[in-house]
Design a protein around this ligand. Sequence first.
Ligand code: TYD
Length: 141
Amino acid sequence: MSTLENVKVFEFPKVSDPRGNLTFIEEAVNVPFEIKRVFYIYDIPGGVTRGGHGHKINKSVLVAITGSMDLHLSDGYKEIVITLNRANKGVLIPEGVWVSMQNFSSGTILLAMNSEYYDEEEYIRDFAEFKRFVKTYNPEP
Ligand code: TYD
């Protein structure tokens, strides 16, 4: 089971010319898994918190295509905060890592590339249950 040490921040390639910037993301090259599902979050009202879950199996890479937000990540023991604020910055969130998304700027579009199809059964949406789940794999450090 992953811990916060398995969270990775990526810089995706950026091709810039006088017409603007272009970033590309290739499965298994820039994202370390086969991408089965993509979703995006947009029209986000000010002040909301999204996420608030961990996964038993699914891995995600998140990119703020426009705008910014803070990702509060926890492995059940420690918490870190990563800010996504550039269209070519990605964060790998492996299974076993809790994510809460906060402080969205106006107009943010958050893209998530995922290793699994949507399956509510592999979500853990209760933090106490999440802690019990990860503890069985990662005993107290
Ligand atoms: P939710 O997990 O609450 O979103 P977030 O992680 O941004 O807080 O998902 C919102 C709803 O959308 C919930 O009813 C589940 C549904 N959903 C799908 O049907 N398919 C998907 O791929 C995702 C990510 C969510």
